[in-house]
Ligand binder design. Structure first.
Ligand SMILES: Cc1cc2nc3c(=O)[nH]c(=O)nc-3n(C[C@H](O)[C@H](O)[C@H](O)COP(=O)(O)OP(=O)(O)OC[C@H]3O[C@@H](n4cnc5c(N)ncnc54)[C@H](O)[C@@H]3O)c2cc1C
Length: 364
């Protein structure tokens, strides 16, 4: 079968790689450099802690992906010779506010209960935390630690996935915008902005925010929206931060990455100094020595959000053979998308039941 994959971000490439491993032919079509591209502006966490508090199925899916990540990274590294800088050391969430700490602990306890007791985390008071992370400031009252959390270099991941797809025989065409798509299993037609056309037997729509325009052409409701996140990075520092957190991580080159804000601004990916200052203040509250450190770069990027924040995996009700895939944690879920999702896309009996993530859950 030849799959046309519309969108070559981390989601499209993870799925493309998985399909190639399953003996399928793949052509990835990826748009222009000025498209919104979450895969190039994200925080790089492979994160479990707290995810799926309202949907245990999402928590399980996330944990399965995190558990698959080490093998996935190894496989890609062996194939391409590129180190993804995956570190699954466990992750901390730092708290300066008692109410927020208690709410987070309650969330993790709820997840543990919903998981039949199998949900590892620790609550650390200030003293216990200081033993593990001596650099924390006096405003930090405690932290929670989850051994399943980690981080990766998301740009290395993207580059390595492109190489892996090509090495497995996949075709990636960049700088091509899909303007129309029609047909059904065995006879899909894709029209490109440059006037060219392509045919394929199946289609995967993984175009991030670009799916808002293309989804309805394939019978999807694509209920997604942009959510802005801003991130800043310090100059390179000696390694001190051994555990990533939801808001702070030291990247492999040494800079401390601080983020990410959450704002509902539509398709606006411009930064503002107020948000950046807030992020910097939080970082200094947690690690006061960062006050003397230079900030060297900041950016904003847009998340792809469904109404409940969960992924959408949907087969087209009107165009059999077309699948829509989107999520707001494409780095964390890359391993599941490469190793597990192809079985579901190919309609195999052994595939995980992903009906929890159907877009029909938003039907009223
Ligand atoms: C600030 C921020 C922080 C984040 N932090 C994390 C994190 O720590 N961990 C985590 O797991 N996730 C994180 N995410 C989310 C993660 O980045 C996304 O889930 C992931 O990148 C989505 O990948 P994608 O391939 O679906 O979309 P994108 O990366 O947006 O890729 C979509 C691709 O489709 C192409 N395209 C669009 N329209 C068309 C068209 N018409 N024709 C052809 N091509 C088209 C575009 O050119 C683009 O390359 C973060 C996101 C943001 C914004």
């Amino acid at each position: 079968m030849t799959f046309i994959i519309i969108g070559g971000g981390v989601v499209g490439l993870s799925v493309a790689y998985g399909l190639l491993k399953n003996g399928q032919d793949v052509v990835v079509l990826d748009g222009a450099d000025d498209d919104f591209r979450a895969s190039r502006g994200n925080f790089g966490l492979v994160w479990v802690q707290g995810k799926g508090a309202d949907c245990v199925g999402y928590s399980q899916w996330t944990r399965r992906s995190a558990a698959l990540w080490a093998d996935f990274a190894q496989e890609i590294e062996d194939l391409t010779g590129l180190d993804l800088m995956l570190r699954q050391t466990g992750g901390m969430e730092y708290f300066t506010d008692q109410v927020e700490l208690e709410e987070h602990i309650a969330k993790l306890k709820g997840l543990r209960e919903a998981s039949g007791g199998d949900y590892p985390f620790e609550v650390l008071d200030q003293k216990e935390l200081r033993e593990r992370v001596p650099e924390i400031g006096p405003k930090v009252i405690g932290a929670t630690f989850c051994p399943e959390d980690g981080h990766v270099n998301p740009l290395f991941l993207l580059k390595a996935l492109s190489c892996a797809v090509r090495q497995k025989g996949g075709i990636i065409r960049t700088g091509v915008k899909v303007v129309d798509v029609s047909g059904q299993e065995g006879e899909f037609k894709v029209a490109l902005e440059d006037g060219n056309h392509l045919s394929g037997e199946k289609v995967v729509l993984s175009a991030g925010l670009g799916a808002m325009e293309l989804g309805p052409k394939l019978g999807f409701s694509t209920p997604i929206r942009p959510q802005q996140g801003q991130i800043l990075v310090t100059e390179k520092l000696p390694a001190f931060l051994h555990y990533p957190s939801g808001t702070l991580r030291q990247v492999n080159e040494g800079g401390v990455q601080i983020g990410a804000s959450k704002s509902e601004l539509g398709l606006d990916d411009t930064e503002d100094t107020e948000t950046i200052a807030q992020l910097a203040r939080h970082a200094i509250d947690v690690f006061p020595h960062l006050e003397k450190v230079k900030m060297v770069r900041s950016w904003a990027a847009l998340r792809i959000m469904s109404p409940d924040g969960l992924p959408i995996y949907q087969r087209s009700p009107t165009h059999p053979g077309a699948t829509f895939i989107t999520c707001h944690s494409g780095i964390t879920l890359a391993a599941a998308h490469a190793h597990l999702l192809p079985d579901w896309i190919l309609g195999r009996a052994e595939a995980q039941d992903l009906s929890t993530f159907s877009e029909r859950r938003f039907d009223v």
